[in-house]
Design a protein around this ligand. Structure first.
Ligand code: FNR
Length: 402
């Protein structure tokens, strides 16, 4: 049964646009600075063409893979994105229910508008991983890790592309603010009641004061470079104050995080963009890599993730799994990423568009469109198992196409 109003992710984006207010639309859709990396994440897929094989009896296609010890019906998961209640009042709970229904893994953002426990309950025994920003002030992160273990999260995805917050101009101009009654749910209990009032005001209460925060940030970064004692962020936990952590480093933090997470949860790094860092990830014994540039929201001008993928696969493949996100809008994109060596892909904005379109049903539609397209692509390319998809099925051409 098709939704005749919505047969593609492009159409889903259009429907969502009509349903979101300007602040939400801008917050979800924009990239950093000029947005060129955001654009190239998608257009990079157009540089490859598929070399289909024929006469292969493709009557039985198996699109499934195993991730985090569970069967996933397709090699596609829902990337962690913050504050999903902006898209739909059911927010992350709707996404979790859709993931359960679709048998697809869910990445849960630390900065969600539902608690990690409620999301875990909604997704049941299906795979869920917690995206983590390791705060300078460790206590909040420690508590979160403990709670995630208890709620049966299979892994933490440490986001490593955010030592500083990327510059998103629409977000600044709109003075982005999380509307009442929504809260950054995971941290409300950590703040005293006065502070949590402020947290409710917004991910950021701090966004309206972006300039002030920037000043604070650069002042403290200055202190860091001077070798003076840094003071981490204080007060209510918000994206703008706590997510960026300029002190994060391989030597000190990865080992610490692995200790905290062991033995129940794996530690992955999300935001790897070079072979050098893939080597370091292997060296520091992380359990997996997500090739990501935060959907073009952090360093604009960085390589599209698909363009960064081959060198990372070469550096890591065989030792640890390599996942990718950014710009995936078609089943054929999934096929191409796998052909270039990714083991699995994660999808961010299209899920938010589904959520804005019809809540849980919209997320299910989004996942169904991508899954159906992927299966069709596998069959028409002459592959019946995900493992069959290799670089022999791709050719790179000069001209971009759609
Ligand atoms: C994100 N992303 C993100 N990543 C993360 O590690 N923690 C987070 O809280 C968020 N929040 C977030 C909010 C919004 C609105 C977007 C669009 C993205 C990045 C996300 O996990 C993923 O890397 C990208 O979204 C993938 O790119 P596409 O699929 O959106 O093109």
């Amino acid at each position: 049964p098709h939704d005749l109003n919505c047969l593609t992710i492009k159409e889903l984006e259009k429907h969502a646009e009509l349903r979101m207010d300007k602040q939400t639309r801008d917050y979800y859709n924009e990239g950093a600075d000029s947005g060129s990396t955001l654009l190239e994440n998608s257009t990079a897929y157009g540089k490859y063409r598929i070399r289909p094989r024929v006469l292969r009896d493709i009557s039985l296609i198996d699109t499934s893979v195993s991730v985090f010890g569970k069967k996933n019906v397709v090699p596609i998961g829902v990337a962690p994105t913050a504050m999903q209640c902006l898209a739909h009042p059911d927010g992350e709970l709707a996404t979790a229910r859709a993931c359960k229904e679709a048998e697809v893994a869910m990445g849960m953002s630390s900065f969600s508008t539902s608690t990690l426990e409620d999301v875990a309950k909604a997704i049941g025994d299906h795979s869920h991983v917690l995206q983590l920003y390791l705060f300078e002030e460790r206590e909040h992160s420690k508590k979160l890790i403990k709670r995630a273990k208890k709620a049966d999260y299979k892994a933490v995805f440490l986001t490593v592309d955010t030592p500083m917050l990327g510059r998103r101009n629409l977000e600044i101009r709109n003075q982005f603010k999380l509307p009442k009654p929504y809260k950054i749910a995971n941290f409300v209990a950590d703040s005293d009641s006065a502070a949590s009032e402020t947290a409710m005001e917004g991910a950021s209460s701090s966004a309206p004061n972006a300039a002030e925060n920037e000043q604070k940030n650069s002042a403290s970064t200055q202190g860091y470079h001077d070798g003076k004692q840094r003071r981490g962020p204080t007060g209510p936990v918000t994206v703008h104050t706590h997510a960026p952590n300029p002190t994060l480093c391989w030597e000190r933090d990865i080992g610490w995080l692995k200790e905290q997470c062991a033995p129940e949860m794996e530690v992955w790094v999300k935001g790897i963009a070079t072979a050098e860092d893939a080597h370091l990830a292997v060296h520091h014994r992380v359990d997996g890599i997500v090739v990501s540039n935060h959907g073009g929201r952090q360093l604009n001008g960085a390589l599209a993730t698909l363009d960064a993928l081959p060198e990372i696969v070469e550096a890591a493949k065989g030792k640890i799994p390599v996942h990718i996100d950014g710009g995936i809008r078609h089943g054929t994109d999934v096929f191409k990423a796998l052909a270039l060596g990714a083991d699995f892909v994660w999808v961010g904005r299209p899920v938010l568009w589904g959520l804005a379109y019809k809540g849980q049903e919209g997320v299910e539609l989004c996942l169904r469109l991508l899954s159906d397209e992927f299966k069709l692509c596998m069959g028409l390319a002459g592959t019946v198992k995900v493992n069959d998809i290799t670089k022999d099925y791709l050719v790179k051409i000069d001209k971009s196409g759609f």
